[in-house]
Ligand binder design. Structure first.
Ligand code: NAD
Length: 365
């Protein structure tokens, strides 16, 4: 970071709060999950995995040596209420003293829903770039509405990041999930009263992600690129956990919860346009975003990155239509986004309209 000049505004004031997690990172480190669970004194582990991570979960079950008391082997996106109820009942009846989750944000999310009710600690082994493992944020969906909240009890106490577990992510999903991580870093950059630590992490995370995503989408088993992308995702989750998110996250929350659109792809489709919308209201933070991405303008640089890595680009390709614009904009505004530029129905509609076909736009009037 360079020193600020007086022209950049008043001296900063902030409150920085960061939940404590132990992070173990490296290729092959998944083999340490047994030792990490033992370090936490776990005797009865509920093992939660998504369908694609079942094989890894099987290996973890061997590592923890007879201490698995129950398993959940499938998870649905956005944590449906009934799934949370069933997993909680299992944790209670089996008297689990540790939840180990392996998989994407949906597996982490289910473990968090159980922790919210039972106060059981979580050891997370993430396999995508969603970043949920670093946050105290939970979400549960019921009747098309996703409720979210913050509670330190759901933040995993230990996170084991093994880049080798991400080699199987397709180029398309790597790109989409990487844009999900980028969204945390962009919104942290202009969050209200953001601390200098979070601002620095935001820029560093974006630099790492931008370079790594260009490589992993063409060479999915490149060990250095996968490690850098996962490091970027770690920093993104860290930023998400420490700063308030703005309009972008509210839009994605509504499009996922009320319209059932895929989480990571929606982040990718919307992000450049929220940066364009906020351009005049957060010029300095967005200049730093642009610099981190190697461009002159944040919205344009995000659009260019998205195209370079082949990430999802148009909301209409995800099933969102022009006839949804008014209702969706109203739902987003009801969520009262805290955003550098006030978000009214006309403004949110303009962002969604621009995201519909995914054309390049660096400013949204
Ligand atoms: P996901 O967990 O739903 O996974 C998407 C798909 O990828 C699934 O089919 C999964 O089985 C598969 N997959 C996972 N890891 C894989 C791997 N290594 N190789 C191949 N396939 C793999 O999607 P996601 O984008 O990771 O997470 C989205 C969910 O996380 C949403 O519900 C979102 O709201 C939540 N989330 C929460 C927070 C938070 O802080 N609470 C943060 C980010 C995301």
């Amino acid at each position: 970071m360079t020193a600020r000049s007086a022209a950049e505004g008043p001296a900063p004031s902030f409150v920085h709060e960061q939940g404590a997690s132990r992070v173990v990172f490296g290729p092959g480190e998944v083999t340490r999950v047994g030792a990490e669970a033992a370090r936490l004194g776990a005797e009865r582990i509920l093992l939660i995995s998504d369908r694609r991570s079942r094989g890894v979960a099987d290996a973890i079950a061997d590592l923890v040596d007879g201490r698995v008391c129950g398993r959940v082997v499938e998870t649905a996106t956005h944590v449906p209420h009934q799934e949370a109820e069933d997993a909680t009942r299992l944790a209670r009846t089996r008297e689990a003293d540790l939840l180990v989750c392996v998989g994407g944000g949906s597996a982490t999310g289910l473990a968090k829903a159980v922790a919210l009710r039972t106060r059981t600690r979580i050891l997370a082994v993430p396999t995508t770039y969603a970043g949920s493992e670093m946050t105290p944020i939970w979400g549960i969906t019921r009747d098309g509405h996703k409720r979210t909240g913050r509670d330190p009890v759901v933040q995993p106490v230990t996170v084991v990041y093994d880049p080798e577990l991400t080699y199987g992510l397709s180029p398309g999903f790597s790109a989409a999930s990487g844009m999900n991580a980028a969204a945390h870093l962009v919104e942290a950059s202009y969050a209200p009263r953001v601390s200098p630590v979070t601002a620095a992490i935001s820029a560093q995370g974006l630099r790492l992600l931008a370079g790594a995503l260009q490589k992993v989408t063409t060479a999915p088993r490149d060990p250095v690129a996968r490690a850098d992308a996962l490091t970027g995702a770690w920093l993104a989750g860290w930023a998400l956990g420490s700063a308030l998110m703005g309009l972008h996250h509210k839009i994605c929350h509504v499009l996922g919860g009320a319209y059932g659109l895929p989480h990571a792809a929606v982040h990718s489709a919307v992000l450049p346009y929220v940066a364009a919308y906020n351009r005049s209201a957060a010029p300095q933070p967005l200049r730093r975003v642009a610099e981190a991405l190697g461009g002159d303008d944040a919205a344009g640089a995000l659009w260019d990155l998205r195209r370079a890595i082949g990430a999802p680009a148009a909301l209409e390709a995800l099933g969102f239509t022009a006839s949804d614009l008014d209702h969706a904009a109203a739902l987003v505004v009801e969520e009262r986004p805290v955003n550098p530029r006030p978000a009214d129905v006309a403004g949110v509609r303009a962002v969604l309209r621009a995201a519909l076909d995914g054309r390049r736009a660096t400013e949204i009037p």
